[in-house]
Design a protein around this ligand. Structure first.
Ligand code: TYD
Length: 208
């Protein structure tokens, strides 16, 4: 735990792992407990970030892996400085879809950049800031793909990557969690929505 007055929770996992559903449930529960919650995401949690999100997710054609890593890091730098830190200083709960672990998993393992370098880039961007809790929703990428197909929405640039890309991303997330067991709560995303949300609430309750 850090000495910031607020609480910073990030949700991580592959595409289709159910982060959004769990973030909504946790936000509602935190609201009931009387907390002020700032629900946000990367990429795209600020106005500048929205523009960057549009490039990284919807640009037609390739983006060089290092350029992609820098775009996510630029989004992160602005988001942490202008949205996350001010809310934490006000003592609020920041509930955030994706953070630097996504960069290490997607740009590091997925695009095959050096994981330590990608992490160092993000830490530089965010002045070293790390969340109090990171919930990893772990799911077999083949099962995740079935969920995404059923949702029948067009795939963005990352979702459209092949299965082996998503397998590398999943393995990287699990390695990150193993390396920092105090920060991570790893949950089986194939479990029921209710069981997962109860497990998250129980961990968050310990922190507030
Ligand atoms: P997400 O917001 O989860 O997409 P959706 O709106 O479809 O739920 O994430 C957007 C994509 O960006 C996702 O495929 C993961 C990817 N991503 C990275 O590759 N690196 C990063 O640093 C971040 C934050 C996301």
């Amino acid at each position: 735990m850090t000495e910031r007055p607020g609480l910073w929770i990030t949700l991580e996992g592959g595409d289709g792992s159910g982060k959004t559903t769990q973030a909504q449930l946790l936000e509602a529960w935190l609201g009931e407990t009387g907390r002020t919650v700032v629900r946000t995401r990367e990429p795209g949690g600020s106005e500048v970030g929205q523009l960057i999100r549009d490039i990284v997710l919807h640009h037609r054609g390739d983006i060089a892996p290092r350029a992609e890593a820098l775009l996510y890091a630029a989004d992160r730098a602005h988001h942490v400085a202008t949205v996350v830190m001010p809310a934490l200083e006000r003592g609020e709960v920041v509930l955030q879809d994706r953070y630097l672990d996504s960069s290490v998993a997607y740009q590091g393992a997925g695009r095959v950049l050096d994981a330590d370098e990608v992490r160092a880039l993000s830490l530089w961007a965010a002045e070293g800031a790390l969340p109090d809790l990171t919930v990893l929703l772990d799911l077999d990428p083949a099962a995740a793909r079935l969920r995404l197909d059923a949702a029948d929405k067009p795939f963005d640039r990352l979702e459209a990557e092949k299965l082996d890309f998503h397998v590398r991303v999943r393995d990287a997330f699990r390695k990150l969690a193993d390396a920092e067991p105090e920060r991570f709560l790893v949950l089986d995303a194939a479990a029921s929505v209710e069981d997962i949300s109860a497990a998250i609430r129980s961990r968050v309750a310990d922190l507030i």
